[in-house]
Every structure is written in structure tokens, then in C-alpha cells.
Design a protein around this ligand. Structure first.
Ligand code: UDP
Ligand code: MG
Length: 136
């Protein structure tokens, strides 16, 4: 069964959106396999976002993501990677449609409430980073 990593980012946790967001994933039939509340280290975040190293938003992104606790979760289900991306909504704030988490709750491309792995390969890599103890 496919698994993916989803994260409620620090702005989402501060705004009390963990329950609302988890409900949307569960409503779509995704099952929670593992979860934790953690303030991620800079080291973990630089690995997590290594594809964006050197881009202008990289440093602010790492600062934002390390600014407080996040809710990281492993979700399982058929097409889990694609479903979470669809429920999360588009990256650009002006493209995130109403009905998606970003469309409903984000007003900035940077502070956009949630993360979702972008492929099965990324999901494997990210789950190993965030949940090294997890045996799937
Ligand atoms: N981001 C940003 N400015 C941009 C693009 C992305 O601040 O122009 C941030 C935003 O928080 C995004 C994260 O960097 O979620 C990772 O970017 P990516 O393109 O991987 O978007 P995602 O996969 O999260 O939709
Ligand atoms: Mg991405």
C-alpha cells in the first residue's frame, strides 16, 4: 500500500488546524500510520528541502519551518501521494483553489500550512528522515 509524508507546518499548528487537516485526510480514506509533534532541527530541514538549496526562498523557508512545532504524519492508502497533494492544493497562493487546505487557509506561498511528498520516491526518502524508527 502506498504511503506518504504530510506535515502541518508551524503556522498550521499555531492556528490550531491539526484536527481540521487530519480530518480532511481521513475523510478521503487515508489512514494514519504514524505521527509526532516536533520542532524540526535545521539539519533535518536542510535535508528535507535539499532540492531547493540555493533558491531565494530556501533560507526563509528553513527559518519558518524551524520556528515552532509541526505535526508530521505518515499516511497510507491507494494513491496516497497524489491524494495528499490534491487535498493540500497548489503551491502558489494564487493557484490554491477553495476546498483545498491551502485554498481555504493559506494567504502566502511561503506560509502555506501543509507539506505533502511529491512522489513515491520522495515519500520514502522523507519518511526515513522524519521517522527513522518506523518499519513499514
Ligand atoms: N516556497 C516559497 N516560495 C516559493 C515556492 C515555495 O516560499 O516560490 C515554500 C513553500 O512553503 C513550499 C515550500 O517552499 O511549500 C517547498 O516548495 P515546493 O515547490 O516543493 O512546494 P510544495 O511541494 O510544498 O507544494
Ligand atoms: Mg515540494
Amino acid at each position: 500500500m502506498e504511503v506518504t509524508l504530510a506535515i502541518v507546518k508551524p503556522d498550521g499548528v499555531k492556528r490550531g488546524l491539526i484536527g481540521e487537516i487530519l480530518k480532511r485526510y481521513e475523510n478521503k480514506g487515508l489512514r494514519l500510520k504514524a505521527a509526532k509533534v516536533v520542532t524540526p532541527s535545521i539539519e533535518l530541514l536542510e535535508k528535507h528541502y535539499e532540492e531547493h538549496k540555493g533558491k531565494p526562498f530556501f533560507k526563509p523557508l528553513i527559518e519558518y519551518m524551524s520556528s515552532g512545532p509541526v505535526f508530521a504524519m505518515v499516511l497510507e492508502g491507494e494513491n496516497a501521494v497524489k491524494l495528499v497533494r490534491m487535498i493540500n492544493g497548489a503551491t502558489k497562493v494564487e493557484d490554491a483553489l477553495p476546498g483545498t487546505i491551502r485554498g481555504d487557509f493559506a494567504s502566502s506561498t511561503t506560509y502555506n500550512v501543509v507539506h505533502g511528498s511529491d512522489s513515491v520516491e520522495s515519500a520514502k526518502r522523507e519518511i526515513a528522515l522524519w521517522f527513522p524508527e518506523l518499519i513499514l
